[in-house]
Design a protein around this ligand. Sequence first.
Ligand SMILES: C[S@@+](CC[C@H](N)C(=O)[O-])C[C@H]1O[C@@H](n2cnc3c(N)ncnc32)[C@H](O)[C@@H]1O
Length: 223
Amino acid sequence: MRMHKKSHLEERLSACADILKTPDVTEKNMKISANIPDILPLERIFGNANPVFLEIGCGKGKFVCETAKLCPDINFVAVEKISNVLIEALERAKAENIRNVYFLNCAAEVLPKYFEEGSVSRIYLNFSNPLPKEGYKKQRLTHPKFLSVYKRLLKRGGEIVQKTDDRDFYLFSLESYRQCGFDIKATCEDLAAEPVEGDVETEHEKLFKERGKPIFRVVAVNI
Ligand SMILES: C[S@@+](CC[C@H](N)C(=O)[O-])C[C@H]1O[C@@H](n2cnc3c(N)ncnc32)[C@H](O)[C@@H]1O
């Protein structure tokens, strides 16, 4: 389903420029772009050297905004490739005056461009599109192609925390983590039965729970 472009999108994005990095439009090839550094000056952006947590595919930003309020000593960078969706997260963070979130309007593929190697402590993958068709496998955000990107960003001992409602995607992800040298620290096949303290519900999670679907969760450690 095609989403309507939000009204005055460009003006609204400009009004959030202080908490947003917009994509590099000069280089269209993501593989090339990923290797042209444009490192985010995170200490200057946040005014401190606190640990950095990323959320990749943050959607409308419920999870990152609520988690950032619960964890004021962590700096969050929320990544979303669709500006039409991201605008809601940006405007929420502004309205709620959340100071420890910054947003990156780019695709996960180009992340090495923006971060020093080993500078990220945790990556959240919340309800990433499961893309069940075989032909789209390489676009799943836990495909080994993406895990090698995350390995570059993560500190040794840094972790990926993933939630999904899709069992096949969960199993695919477990296999990918193992293949790519991550250690599986925790798994859960029904988050409602084993709640995790401090874990915030995302927009999609709310919908899936209302439909009675179990939520799967994995914590994979970069060893
Ligand atoms: C199903 S939504 C989940 C949104 C939110 N995390 C939640 O749980 O409600 C997946 C989001 O990931 C974004 N996304 C998909 N592939 C991406 C990529 N390669 N880079 C950045 N964002 C991506 C989509 O645009 C979409 O907003």
